[in-house]
Design a protein around this ligand. Sequence first.
Ligand SMILES: [Zn+2]
Ligand SMILES: [Zn+2]
Length: 382
Amino acid sequence: MSKRDYYELLGVAKGASADEIKKAYRVKAKELHPDRNKDDPSAESQFKEVNEAYEVLKDADKKAAYDRFGHAAFEGGMGGGGARPGGGFGQQGDFASAFSDVFDDLFGDFMGGRQGGRQRAARGADLRYNLRVTLEDAYTGLQKTINVPTSVQCGACHGSGSEGGAEPTTCPTCSGMGKVRATQGFFTVERTCPTCSGLGQIIKNPCVKCGGAGRVQKDRALSVNIPAGVETGTRIRLAGEGEAGMRGGPPGDLYIFIEVAPHDIFEREGTELHCRVPVSMTAAALGGDIEVPTMDGGRSRVKIPAGSQSGRQMRLRGKGMPALRGGGVGDMFIELAVETPVNLTSRQRDLLREFEALSEDNNPESKSFFSSVKGFWDSMKG
Ligand SMILES: [Zn+2]
Ligand SMILES: [Zn+2]
């Protein structure tokens, strides 16, 4: 299923400012709000789409990822897992918070505070880690230890959030539902229970170490295997290595976003490598062997046919980049750049003048070009 462009959904241009995005979102959200569109069943799904778009575009990091990778930025990582409905970074909590922005607008302080909707998602947040690697690293693959600031399960209370490991008790305000209802005119609005913040349970004696959250902040060193063939935009998902959940909830995932740094010699296009190799005018005219570098650090001998023109491409099979997950190896292409000699001595100049005087059919391209030009001028006259 193809998803609609987030900017298009909000009706703003790609370069729109945070303010413009927010304004456009509020207009759309009011227009599409389910309470105002009871007769239009499609409004609700549009409302959700608009919320999803705003959720991404209001967040500088997510927006940057979206600008760069489009919807792919929030879809499943490679190698297992895959997309969760609603996108990798969303999860329920986010929808609720976007929702409350509009509610604040529509109902003023009736909703009371920022928190609307469900807040029961005790699952930990997904984390993103940007990793820049060299083309050499991408060629061979590498094992790397990264330090991720994250929150981990509190050891003192084993994630329960309760001092001495006492069981949490059901919240008396909401009877464990996590939300309370208020009726005002013909609206019934649910909001997060103020007593338990939506968790449905309260702790009599919160753990002193984590303040009852069941998790603490910590840097974690993770050893990550970056496979050969990664490209800019490749994401590696480490399931369960994201933030710990609230009070023993399941952890989120860690996504490693790869960026491959540009290389001085090689340019990469998928599994192909391109290398521009200068050759002297005489080598190009007379032909000969040249040595070109290869990505594995070695060299290859390449035969230059006599009369090679600038821009001529030659393929070196199997000298390109490996594809991810053992999908074979690409080719390398060298492109000849014939170099006009500079800093001529008077002797060299004499030789070239003599050469020029002897030239007849040595420049077929010039010959055909100028004969076309002559035809063009003649036709303009007639
Ligand atoms: Zn409650
Ligand atoms: Zn604790």
